[in-house]
Write a protein that binds this ligand. Structure first.
Ligand SMILES: [Cu+2]
Length: 143
């Protein structure tokens, strides 16, 4: 008599409930992904306020520029002062215009990143009256 002893080898494949390794990767925040730092600027006869703007190298900046008395403009030189010929631009504009028109009461948003520390001149670029040529300022990118 054959007795088949079947020993089922039930290999309980133990569900190796290995605790999912929680990887806490420190994700460095890129300036690109950060909300921009907002800097409010006003333009009025015949100056910009503030006339000197400090920003940090690599920081995403949003200038919110408003002319309060009449139409002005703002042009920001992307090249640092004192840079020789062939110096690359140190400012990057997210959507660049050479001269942003500032209609009275309308806020214009200018997004930029300063990649190279230095001083960048800005000025009014729409003829606005006798003090037009005096309407100047400086954007300084600090390291
Ligand atoms: Cu002007």
């Amino acid at each position: 008599m054959k007795s088949h002893l079947r020993i089922p080898l039930v290999i309980a494949a133990a569900a190796l409930a290995a605790p999912a390794a929680i990887s806490q990767e420190a994700k460095p925040l890129k300036p690109f992904n950060q909300p921009p730092q907002v800097i409010v600027v006003t333009a009025a006869e015949f100056k910009f306020t503030p006339p000197v703007i400090h920003v940090k190298e690599g920081q995403n900046i949003q200038l919110q520029v408003t002319a309060t008395d009449k139409t002005h403009g703002i042009r920001i030189n992307p090249f640092p002062e004192g840079g020789g010929a062939g110096t690359p631009p140190g400012l990057e504009f997210l959507y660049g215009e050479d001269c942003y028109k500032l209609k009275k009461g309308e806020t214009v948003k200018i997004e930029l990143i300063g990649h190279t520390p230095g001083t960048y001149a800005f000025s009014c670029c729409k003829a606005c009256g006798s003090g037009h040529k005096r309407m100047k300022g400086e954007l300084i990118v600090d390291p």
